[in-house]
Write a protein that binds this ligand. Structure first.
Ligand code: IPM
Ligand code: MG
Length: 399
């Protein structure tokens, strides 16, 4: 029995290694970054997802169409709705992303994606891989960029979470070796670590930020985190104007709640799972995961999403129209900046800050005693059209 189990495990492990080695080869061949300036049209896919997803995605699309009105008319951008990335359809095909849906997604240059249900052991759904994780892998969206800002507290962070490796690379490919022994795997590659850390340093350099923090647990997870840290320290040498420090994830998690210390952090680069956890904690200071947006960026494709879940109960309780669309709309702001409209992206972020954090004329409660997504969308558009948006935003920040 044991010998058989070991043989099976060896074969499984051999398959995993083979796949990861071919991924390394693919990374070595990687092409240049997409130049959106040269594309006409830039195709923007809107993926509703599950639960409240289609409701908030509809609102996000309305805002983007409003801001890209001229570009829509001139044919510079085109919107497409991608159907079928729902848990029902994924369960039907027993696949994280059904093939025809993936093909449609790949026809878009960028996508804005609502939350998707992630099944786990014991759920009524087949235990397929998370659609987010699958999309990140399929489209090689290696950089998960998550900014968190709370100006009144001096918090201005950008997390660069590695998005295709670490504990997630083989998260759905672990092995029950015997009924008593379960094993998962974590992966780090030189190419994978280098590209995410480089993006973090380049962001710092471009934005005049003088510090990048590497977060690992390299004292314990010596091989993979050790590689990530070592590569980070090597890359840092190429950026003499930028200080590079490193922290372990446990103490880093603690320091984010230390009011005196946390303002020293600026740009953070970290492996997948630590990035997942730390960015939820970080978003909490800004008002919770419902307020944060997330960019998943690769050289060829990019996907922008909310970082909260699909809240299926809001749909069964008939209150999906009260869902807060801010997180997905913020992701839409990142999308605008990414495809070459940074002023529009910035304006949308300012409007979101004013409506959601400062002025708060409408309150989203998720219930009928609060505003609807559509009312919030109208409120945003009113701010976007009002004169002196930036002046107001700056005044609010000082207050
Ligand atoms: C996130 C989410 C996903 C992740 C889940 C839904 C698979 O928590 O985007 O942070 O773990 O990456
Ligand atoms: Mg998460």
């Amino acid at each position: 029995m044991a010998t058989e189990a070991i043989e099976r495990a060896k074969q499984h492990f051999a398959d995993l290694i083979e796949r990861q080695l071919s991924r390394v080869e693919e990374m070595k061949q990687q092409q240049d970054w997409t130049d959106y300036g040269k594309l006409k049209p830039i195709i923007i896919g809107i993926i509703g997802g599950d639960g409240i997803g289609p409701y908030i995605a509809e609102e996000a699309r309305r805002i983007l169409e409003f801001l890209l009105n001229d570009e829509l008319k001139s044919g510079k951008v085109e919107f497409r709705t991608i159907e079928g990335l729902t848990i029902e359809n994924r369960a039907k095909h027993n696949k994280a992303i059904p093939d025809d849906v993936l093909a449609e997604i790949k026809k878009c240059h960028v996508t804005l994606k609502g939350p998707t249900t992630t099944p786990r052991k014991g759920d009524p759904w087949p235990n397929v891989e998370s659609a987010n994780v699958a999309m990140r892998k399929e489209l090689d969206l290696f950089a998960n960029v998550r900014p968190v800002r709370v100006p009144s507290q001096g918090i201005d962070w950008v997390f660069f979470r590695e998005n295709t490796e670490g504990a997630y690379a083989l998260g759905s490919d672990g092995l029950d070796v015997t009924p008593d022994l379960a094993m998962d795997f974590t992966v780090a590659t030189s190419q994978g670590a280098e590209r995410i850390i480089r993006v973090a340093f380049e962001h710092a350099k471009k934005n005049g930020i003088n510090k990048v923090t590497l977060v690992t647990k390299a004292n314990v997870v010596k091989t993979t985190d050790g590689k990530f840290l070592k590569i980070g320290q090597d890359i840092a040498k190429e950026y003499p104007g930028i200080e590079c420090d490193d922290w372990y994830i446990d103490i880093m998690t603690a320091k984010l709640v230390d009011e005196k210390r946390r303002t020293q952090f600026k740009v953070m680069a970290l492996p997948n799972l630590y990035g997942d956890i730390l960015t939820d904690e970080a978003a909490e200071f800004q008002g919770g995961v419902g307020t944060a947006g997330s960019a998943n960026i690769g050289k060829q494709y990019a996907m922008f999403e909310a970082i909260h879940g699909s809240a299926p109960r809001m749909v069964t309780e008939n209150r999906a129209q009260y869902a807060d669309p801010s997180s997905l709309i913020r992701a839409g702001a990142f999308l605008l900046s990414h495809i070459g409209f940074p002023e529009k992206g910035k304006a949308l972020e300012m409007a979101l800050d004013i409506c959601g954090q400062y002025e708060k004329r409408l309150v989203m409660t998720g219930r009928s005693n609060g505003a609807t997504s559509k009312e919030f969308g109208d409120y945003l558009m009113e701010k976007l059209e009002a004169p002196e948006l930036e002046k107001k935003w700056k005044a609010f920040q000082k207050a």
